[in-house]
Design a protein around this ligand. Sequence first.
Ligand code: PHE
Length: 368
Amino acid sequence: MNNEDIPNLTAFDEASLGEAFATVERQARNAAAALGTPEAVEAFRLEWLGRKQGRLNEVSSRWLKAAPVESKKPLGLRFNALKAVVEGLLDEALGSGPSDAALAAEAIDITLPGTRRLTGAEHPITKTLNEITRVFAALGYSVGVGPEVETDFYNFESMNFPPGHPARDTQDTLVVANQERRSQRDRLLLRTHTSPVQMRTMESQPPPVRIVIPGKVHRNDAQDATHSPIFHQVEGLCVDTNITFSDLKGTLDHAMKALFGSAVKTRFFPSFFPFTEPSADVQISCIFCGGKGCRKCKNSGWIELLGCGMVDPAVFAFAQEKQPAYDPKKISGFAFGMGVERIAMMKYGVSEIGQFYAGDMRFLGQFA
Ligand code: PHE
């Protein structure tokens, strides 16, 4: 303990006493103001009020003893006042949590600019996915989802890709390991398309059905500028009496105009999918050159955007196992599936699919 800074008292007139006591009181107040922890408060108590070596004890023994008789009374009065002050400081430190000094150090300066919190915004893929979904919702379609980890049955077999059929090679599949114990149809895989949700929907409700299914799909494809092993699709399914290919054409033509602007034209090219017959690829007139021909459309004026077709009777046959009303003699339907990344890349002029997943705020911030 350091008591050297207690002033020496040589004169005992009122002014000298006043000055000496004021000095010690200031020391006590400064020390008390700096107290932050319970340990520091206890140290303060010992240092100032300790019976043997406390500073007040020292003041009393140095000053009171040296004082001439006539000064003992005023000195004693001042000493008691000082002691009360120090005890008060201690009480305050014990009872009132952090000291003023500690508070001052932490205090919020309300004149400083605040911490900026960025407002979140929809990711461009989510945004595009929602936009596509809304176009069909406005036509009366409901919205459904299905599992990303799917069985071989829903992803392939019920979609008319029989086991061992070469059509399965068109969708290089990521399968879950150690499934040998299970029958082929129960083996798990990461769904390669959203089409299995067509079957899940039909099994769960009789016709009529109008539904869109947005979701994530996986394929064992190497990443390049336009491919990613994880991407998104929006599936569509419409089943009712007398649904024709004209309904399919009209619906998709409307959807493409809603997504890309009313000047866009569509055309349907013969294609193949196991679960639709006939099947078609839908092309839209190039949104970059208006159909004149440019680099983006490889000078053809057209860009291929999605797959579609009339639901194959073989698919209805699988649905009939749970819902007999899917009788291909009485009902018909169409289905379509589109890649969300591809549409987002077209809409926003993005040339690298990887940008969507890199998490670079300079890229993502542009869509906020
Ligand atoms: N599931 C197909 C694919 O991923 C797309 C599609 C869906 C085609 C529905 C026709 C009907 O390639």
